[in-house]
Design a protein around this ligand. Structure first.
Ligand code: PLP
Length: 410
């Protein structure tokens, strides 16, 4: 096909600066490398996946099957979500976190990811700053930047179990600070803030007039008797300036169904719904019906998954902690361990001397055939994220391979 030459526009970039500025997901890059090796027939064990390895519960699948056959689900529906689902999400939120809200305060989105993007698109004007505790989930800084905002990283390390304190947040606050992003239980560290810490941060945000976007997607995956506390429940006066993000992906093992939501004050939710009406319209009705069965149904299926994760968590933390040069705080939530491997950087392993965790992760993939995600993906080089959403025997085999390789460090 002939390509027409348009000299007037050839000086212009083909891709906008906004989109060209997006950093490709390091998590997906690791996954792609691991898949390529697997395709060559190599027995790669992957700790990269951010999704439960359980099937979606049967009653949810059955609800979707029935929904496919119902003509009412074949056409457009309200952009903000099916009224029954919005009601059910409001009821589920009160049941699970204690936050009381009405259906009109709920916007159903295409996965939690779109809730993150829409929250920032709705709240931020160009130049508005967002305090972003790190290690952070990779999608946050990209969504903030795409919305015209400026992510301001506030880093916590293993000495505080990766939890930031009010002093650090206050030191990073400026005249332009509009939002604090909060994620507990956290991806990638698995850390969970205590009720006292949530209260302290919430009261500080209230006093400073800062909005809070709190991502509660791992609320049910907590261990050792710990509870995930919802900031607008702990500090109710903050509710008028808080957006709560959540979804069915992690709790009901429904990553592929793409249903999430955002809960907040009515004026902001209605603005976000108006944005969504142009962006994508309604979330697929069949998925919404499946999500309705999930959120309105029993939580016993969730408990089965949670206790399996708990057992793997104990195994992985104890195995990682036994590796010289690796320091692994015990995560109390989600399904990730986030050990520091800083002591191993610069050492010699099989003739190589990796100086950062991207290089060390590459070496581990090539030599031990194990995929882990380097901390660079989460704003904190020097660490690895291990997802323990894989079968226990694979987990043991994978960590054993890593331990054997790292034991050669000199
Ligand atoms: N929030 C956090 C912290 C996550 O880890 C994820 C997924 O990895 C999401 C939100 C979004 O999940 P989804 O878009 O699959 O609903």
């Amino acid at each position: 096909m002939a390509v027409s030459q348009d000299t007037a526009s050839s000086a212009q970039p083909r891709v906008s600066a906004r989109i060209a500025g997006i950093t490709p997901s390091a998590t997906l890059a690791v996954d792609a490398k691991a898949k390529a090796l697997k395709a060559e027939g190599r027995p790669v064990i992957g700790f990269g996946a951010g999704q439960p390895d359980f099937p979606t519960p049967d009653h949810v699948v059955e609800a979707a099957v029935a929904a496919v056959r119902d003509r009412a689900n074949h056409g457009y529906t309200a952009a903000a979500g099916l009224p029954e689902l919005r009601e059910a999400i409001a009821a589920k939120t009160e049941r699970d976190s204690g936050l009381s809200c009405s259906a009109s305060q709920v916007l159903v989105t295409n996965g939690g990811k779109q809730a993150v993007y829409s929250a920032f698109a709705t709240l931020l004007d160009p130049g508005d700053e967002v305090l972003l505790p790190a290690p952070y989930w990779t999608t946050y800084p990209e969504s903030i930047t795409l919305a015209g905002g400026v992510p301001v990283q506030v880093t916590a390390d293993e000495s505080t179990g990766y939890r930031v304190g009010v002093d650090q947040l206050e030191a990073a606050r400026t005249e332009r600070t509009k939002v604090l992003l909060f994620n507990s239980p956290s991806n990638p560290t698995g850390s969970v803030y205590s009720r006292e810490q949530v209260a302290e941060i919430g009261r500080w945000a209230l006093e400073k007039g800062i909005w809070v976007v709190t991502d509660e997607i791992y609320e049910h995956l907590v261990y050792d008797g710990v509870r995930a506390e919802s900031m607008p429940v702990v500090v109710p006066e903050l509710a008028d300036r808080t957006l709560v993000l959540n979804g069915v992906a992690k709790t009901w093992s429904m990553t592929g169904w793409r249903v999430g939501w955002l809960i907040g004050p009515e004026d902001v939710v209605s603005a976000a719904a108006s944005f969504q009406s142009h962006l994508c319209g309604n979330v697929a009705n069949v998925s919404q019906r499946a999500a309705l069965a999930a959120v309105a149904g029993p939580l016993d299926v969730v408990e089965t998954m949670r206790s399996a994760f708990d057992s793997r968590r104990r195994t992985i933390v104890s195995m990682l902690s036994d590796i010289p040069g690796v320091e692994c705080p015990t995560p109390e939530g989600a399904f990730y361990a986030y050990p520091s491997v800083k002591a191993l950087l610069g050492t010699e392993i099989r003739g190589q001397r990796p100086t950062d965790t991207v290089e060390l992760a590459d070496l581990i993939l090539a030599e031990a055939e194990v995929a882990v995600v380097p901390g660079e993906a989460f704003g904190t080089p020097g660490y690895f994220r291990f997802s323990y959403a894989l079968a226990e025997q694979d987990l043991i085999e994978g960590v054993t391979r890593v331990a054997d390789l790292l034991a050669e460090a000199k």
